[in-house]
Design a protein around this ligand. Structure first.
Ligand code: LMR
Length: 398
């Protein structure tokens, strides 16, 4: 039955972890997957999450959730993204279901797009998170790229991006990273978001925001949701994927929220019923535990405040590591301008190193990252930054 099945390629991100785990060097460093680590390189469970766990422990049955997930969780998630005073939330215009984190939300939307926006293709930034391509491919939606990153400036290709928005057929779907763009760490400014919103409105495009890093860009969850709120204020009906993997450190719990802003509450009810119809044969209903934890945190003013503060601490540590890495490279006399390490934001640094350089870092230094030269800054700490800088200098100085 299976003799024709060929070995699949490794995943460009999670495959890095597989290579890292196989390396016997005790000083090996994993800068591949975007998962937060403390200054000792250890995974972190937030105190707010531990407290939520204590409150949840022993207090719930383990029944199935409804197809759309935990209602309290969904309503708080939607407020976290669109704002406590959001008129579209107040008017019941937001159709939303609990999802399996960012991937699951995007996958639900891609399927929704294929069914209900059949003449649209999706425009994906170049570059983007590698899994985006897989998600829309498997949903059978045609993909195009739009210009996003300019290697010469190591910044946003704003002119290219605006041109591509303009030239796309009216009614196209644009996948936008709400903040902390993965992999580049380059985000539009508020003024640029405003211009993009206006142009997309003129073109009747639909904006689908992937917000996997709310809180990780500026350390402030409200500021990080600014792009979505600009679009909503302009009258867009947007789609949104939210993930609590990074900002609550709930990676393995697979907890997220998928929402679509509709014209009316009546329309939202129909749209939500179709979201459930998509979810049911895929995974029946979402997992309970992570949603309970998030719901406890978002419902309790003190816990929420503590969580906000903890997100800020994680974002600040990453920012410090950017400064240290750049400083170390300069101290070593690197001939390159590494300013982009500190200019970029969020969890990743898009170094500009080539695939060959990345291969040498792994083979000669046991330092692992994705072949596009992306460093997960969350894996950098005061103990490994000097070794990382030396290795980067060694492979880039020629
Ligand atoms: C990443 O880009 O490293 C993360 O989003 C984790 C993943 O699932 O790829």
């Amino acid at each position: 039955w299976f003799s024709h099945v060929e070995m699949a390629p490794r995943d460009p991100i999670l495959g890095v972890t597989e290579k890292f785990l196989a390396d016997k060097n005790p000083d090996k460093i994993n800068l591949g997957v975007g998962a937060y680590r403390d200054d000792n390189g250890q995974p972190v469970v937030l105190e707010s999450v531990r407290e939520a766990e204590r409150r949840v422990a022993g207090s719930h049955f383990m029944e199935y959730l409804p197809i759309g997930g935990l209602r309290d969780f969904v309503s708080e998630s939607v407020k976290l993204a669109y704002g406590d005073d959001s008129p579209v939330v107040a008017a019941g215009q937001v159709a939303a279901v609990q999802s399996l984190s960012g991937t699951g939300s995007c996958r639900l939307f891609a399927e929704f797009q294929r069914r209900f926006m059949p003449h649209s293709s999706v425009y994906i930034p170049v570059p983007t998170w590698s899994n985006h391509h897989n998600i829309w491919r498997d949903a059978g939606v045609a993909q195009n790229g739009y210009r996003y990153y300019k290697p010469e400036t190591r910044g946003l290709d704003f002119e290219g991006l605006m041109e591509d928005i303009k030239n796309a057929p009216n009614g196209s779907v644009f996948l936008l990273h709400a903040c902390a763009h993965n992999p580049t760490g380059v985000d539009p400014t508020p003024e640029q978001w405003q211009a993009m919103s206006k142009l997309m409105l003129d073109k009747s495009h639909f904006a689908f925001f992937d917000m996997a890093y709310q809180g990780f860009a500026t350390g402030d969850c409200t500021r990080d949701a600014a792009a979505i709120r600009i679009f909503i204020d302009d009258g867009h009906r947007v789609g949104l994927s939210q993930s609590y993997a990074k900002n609550m450190g709930l990676y393995g719990q697979r907890v997220g929220c998928f929402s679509l802003v509709c014209d009316s509450a009546a329309e939202a009810a129909k749209v939500e019923s179709q979201m459930k119809l998509i979810a049911r044969p895929m995974y029946s209903n979402p997992p309970l535990h992570g949603a309970l934890l998030v719901s406890k945190i978002l419902h309790d003013a003190d816990l929420k405040q503590q969580w906000y503060q903890e997100v800020g601490v994680m974002a600040a540590r990453i920012k410090d590591m950017r400064g240290l890495l750049r400083h170390n490279l300069q101290q070593l006399g690197s001939p390159h301008n590494w300013q982009h390490i500190t200019d970029q934001i969020g969890m990743f640094c898009y170094t500009g190193m080539s695939g060959e350089m990345v291969d040498t870092l792994a083979a000669a230094h046991s330092i692992y990252m994705t072949r596009n030269g992306r460093i997960s800054m969350a894996g950098v700490n005061t103990k490994n930054v000097a070794r990382l800088a030396e290795a980067m200098h060694a492979v880039t100085k020629e």
